[in-house]
Design a protein around this ligand. Sequence first.
Ligand SMILES: NCc1[nH]cc(CCC(=O)O)c1CC(=O)O
Length: 313
Amino acid sequence: MTQARLRIGTRGSPLALAQAHELRDRLRAAHDELREPDAIEIRIIRTTGDKVQDRPLAEIGGKGLFTKEIEEALIDRQIDAAVHSMKDVETHLPPGLEISTLLEREDPRDVLIARAGTSLASLPEGTVVGSASLRRKAQILLHRPDLPVVNLRGNVGTRLQKLTEGKIGATLLALAGLKRLGMQDRATALLSTDEMLPAPGQGAIGIEIRAEDAATRRWLAPLDHRATRIAVTAERALLATLDGSCRTPIAALAEAGGDRLSLRALIALPDGSDHHRATIEGPAAEAEALGREAGRALKAKAGPSFFARLQGA
Ligand SMILES: NCc1[nH]cc(CCC(=O)O)c1CC(=O)O
């Protein structure tokens, strides 16, 4: 068998596979040569994050857990391109790798999925909300300090299963993921970005390649979406400035229109007892600098005592 022209590495979860298929379809649409049946190979790679299902992500070491083995396969030349949800990608990539391409962002908002109640505000008192995300937990508690938020991990399917079984009364998910799985009808309510600011990179799919791989870069070039790249650049610069990890509830959403960019960001304590917001606007060409500036502004607003409490949380 001849080697495929392009080997795409991905996790094996239904959402990851849907994203890999989306990349494959877009590549085929852009290049005649990639339309032959064996031109693109999709290779499933099991990551530490997939193997360890029973502990909170923050506890076992954070987001790199879903990308490490895939990045190793890239470096070892077993694959040529890795597909990632940008919100799962660490701010610092291993040397020699880069995110060459961002596909057009899906709706970045979170949705509420609840057994009873039609909004965050109308969830019945005592509704147990399942979420492993400190960002979501903190923002739920900002609006509904009365609700118990329990740690709930697993892929989209297993989380919805726990809801059906009655183990939890509500959960929050990214609309983007639900849409890609064709399950958006499961959403009870779309949460506004004022009540639930998304994670940096949410809804965006990034393609990581070896920086020196000009051939793969050329295949991917037509797929890059400028406004998405600008927005995600600003959000990730903010995250890097705040040294964000899974242990830090950080939310950010940048919106690029024409040659302008606006960025809203929030940093909170996991229990919702304190939070700070920053908004910044400027030229899209300065996305990275704007992200860093917003990060520094949040740092200054929150102050050392906030970060000391975060360490202790
Ligand atoms: N942390 C898991 C994860 N990574 C990306 C998505 C959704 C798709 C996206 O944001 O692009 C999800 C599931 C969720 O948070 O609902």
